[in-house]
Design a protein around this ligand. Structure first.
Ligand SMILES: O=C(O)[C@H](O)[C@@H](O)[C@H](O)[C@H](O)COP(=O)(O)O
Length: 233
């Protein structure tokens, strides 16, 4: 299968990358609002996106018409230091973007399977189709919570999946996880992969090489639009 076309956007610093990605995302969301009266964006957690979030939070657009959700979440409450919802609340849903609507994936359900079912339904009601999906990538080539050691990786990456959100049990994910499935991400109008550093560039190049089975490759193979890679040293 040919790898989906991709675009490589290289920046001199994290600061200029954050400005470039924020400006691009703000235009994507503004165009969606102009066309449909609303916009949805799913963002990733981790250590990389903080500066991008803080920069995007100051973009001037009709944030009240924007729904922000998550690409994936650790099965922890929002007040946990491991929570992606907490990261987004503290860094993105501030300033101009404080007016946005947020739909998380975690709920107090007794277990991650029940939480995934609840999230599956709430995402269907309020966040699909995504106008923008902003992905990160781990050093093992995972993106979202598509961990190589996930027991249900085939289900997570099934391009024909009807599920929106699935639970994930993977030792490398630390806590149980909740993640959007590959098709819900691949269907987004704009898909960006935000990675920083030489090592992650090497991992991505390996993932895009012939015969690679690193999970991030599935996004490039199935995205309906060229994946926009935003990278800096
Ligand atoms: O919940 C998460 O951790 C993210 O959604 C995950 O997919 C992240 O994007 C990668 O693990 C990269 O994380 P870093 O930015 O910390 O390297």
């Amino acid at each position: 299968m040919d790898v989906a076309a991709r675009s490589w956007h290289e920046f001199a610093s994290s600061e200029t990358l954050a400005l470039g990605l924020s400006g691009t995302v703000a235009k994507v969301l503004g165009d969606a609002i102009a066309l449909r009266g609303k916009a949805t964006i799913a963002v990733s957690g981790g250590t990389t996106p903080g500066l991008f979030f803080r920069t995007l939070s100051r973009e001037k657009l009709d944030w009240a018409k924007v729904t922000v959700t998550l690409i994936d979440e650790r099965f922890v409450p929002a007040d946990s230091p491991r929570s992606n919802a907490g990261l987004v609340a503290a860094n993105l849903l501030q300033h101009e973007a404080a007016a946005a609507n947020f739909v998380g994936l975690y709920s107090e359900a007794g277990n991650v399977q029940s939480a995934a079912q609840r999230a599956n339904d709430s995402i269907a009601r309020s966040a699909l189709p995504l106008d923008a999906a902003i992905l990160g990538m781990g050093g093992d080539g995972h993106t979202a919570s598509f961990f190589p050691d996930a027991g249900n990786l085939a289900a997570l990456l099934d391009p024909a999946s009807k599920s929106n959100v699935l639970p994930v049990h993977a030792a490398s994910g630390i806590e149980p996880r909740l993640t959007l499935t590959l098709p819900r991400i691949a269907e987004a109008g704009f898909v960006a992969l935000h990675i920083e550093g030489v090592e992650k560039r090497r991992v991505l190049e390996a993932a895009l090489g012939d015969g690679s089975h690193l999970p991030v490759r599935a996004v490039f193979d199935h995205a309906k639009t060229p994946v926009q890679v935003f990278w800096t040293l």
